[in-house]
Every structure is written in C-alpha cells, then in structure tokens.
Design a protein around this ligand. Sequence first.
Ligand code: 4AZ
Length: 286
Amino acid sequence: MRRTVARALIRPLVLAATLTAIPLTGAAPVAADSVVVGGFPIDVSQAPWTVALSSRDRFGGTRAGQFCGGVAITRTTVLTAAHCLTDDVLGAPPNRVHDLKVIAGRTNLLADEGQEIDVQEVRVNPHYDPDANTGDFGVLTLAEPLPRSSVVTMAPEGDPVYTPGTKALVTGWGDTSGGGAYARHLHAARVHVLADSRCARAYPGGPEGTYRPGSMLCAGEVEGGPDACQGDSGGPLVASGRLIGLVSWGSGCGRPGNPGVYTRVSDVLHTLETAAAGPQKAPGSA
Ligand code: 4AZ
C-alpha cells in the first residue's frame, strides 16, 4: 500500500507500542521507502509552539506516549490533525482516552523538562472527511496555560507566506527514516511551499489520494529528501514565524514527486471564524 494516510500510518505505531513483547515478523513494513527523511535535530526553544500529543495508556511509555504532533495557537488552545483524534488511531473516542495530554517545552520526550498538560476538551472539525482527508484538524483545550512565548500566529488567507517558493520549517518527533525509526528528540526539516499543481499531479485521485487545494497545502522538495513522516501528523509547518500548515498526509516520506500534504491553516481560520459567528440566517428569513 502506497498511500500513507492516517490509518495506514499510525496503526503500526499503535501496534508497536502495545504489543512490544510480540515479534511483528508477519507485519508489513511501515514504508518500503529507502529514502532518508532529511531533517536535523533541534531544540524545542527554536520552535516552542511545537507540542507532542501523548497517551501512555494507549501508546506505552517508551516515548512518553507520543503519537502525534500539535501546535499552540493560544496559551490554552492546541491545533492538531483530526485524523490523530479518530478511533482508528486512538482505539477509542478521544473523550474516553483519560490520560490524553499535551507535552510542551520538551526537546527529548524522555527528559523531565517542560510541561505535561491535561487536555480538557477535544473538538474535531465537524467538516473533517476521513475518506477525502479534507478539513484535517481538531482543537484541544488545555487545562492550564502554556507560556506566552509558545504561541504562534496563524497566517491568514492572502498572506504572502502561502506563495510557492516560500521557505518553511516542519517539526516533530515522527519517523526519521521512513522505516519506523520514531524519534525521541525533536527534529525539523526545511521544505518549500510548492505550487498546488505539484500535489495535484502527485495525488490526482485513486489509491494515491486526492489533493484538494482549498483545504490542503503542498510542501516539500521537488527532488525529494526533507519531509514530514509518520508520527509528525498534526504538527506545525511555519514560515516567517507564521503557521501555514499542519502535517496531514502524503505517499511515503521524502520521495521525489510525492510532496507532503498539509492542512491549509487559512482554511482552518475560516472554519473557526464561521463557527464562532454561529449559524447564519438565510436572507429573507424571519
Ligand atoms: C503521517 O502519518 C504522515 N510524507 C505525515 C506526512 C507524510 C506522511 C505521513 C508526508 O503522520
């Protein structure tokens, strides 16, 4: 299977975490790619908005329960991918995962630094379509505030940082090899915003998935190399200090011709603003 969306991607991580004593000899490799996902280790102080989503109950303690990434958009609000919050990934609805936490300010998952904060409320984008992978975001409300310095601004529609060619940084604790080597140390990869036509060509539909420019953003390197990978989902893509994407899906990791697909943050903003405004009355209605 080549299309690496939520179910295919996160499931092996769940198995690896919960069945550590059972050899997975019969299991297919997470990804057949031999491509190295060309990132580099960084300190969380360089990207302090990057948080880890954790449940030790669900994913075991060897990597502090990390299973997805997230990003702080206010002191008590974290965005992540909707697909990180599905039964398929969690093995239960998110409100039944009682030790769901956000880990902030920690570079090495097994270190003591930073904070572990309980998630008080989980809201999945009501327009999320798990089959099309459109609208792939959810909103977590934290029980305690993060430091002000952890918050990143969301880039609004029309911001020039969405222009193809813009340099951006993606951060996370996901697979660093394309073969299931989940990091303990935070990593980053430098990528460029790519034209929608690149992802439209790579993901025209069928088994590879369909790229939808309205709610998705295309980023990577045309020649392959640096890319997000399994376990980075929900984490931030930031350009000029502004959030433009959340790691969402792609085919493999770092493959030439298969860029990373991100949730488009201007579309997240639009959805959140529309929801905040409440239901609109139809023109002419009482
Ligand atoms: C994932 O499952 C994932 N190379 C994220 C990004 C990409 C593939 C998989 C794109 O978290």
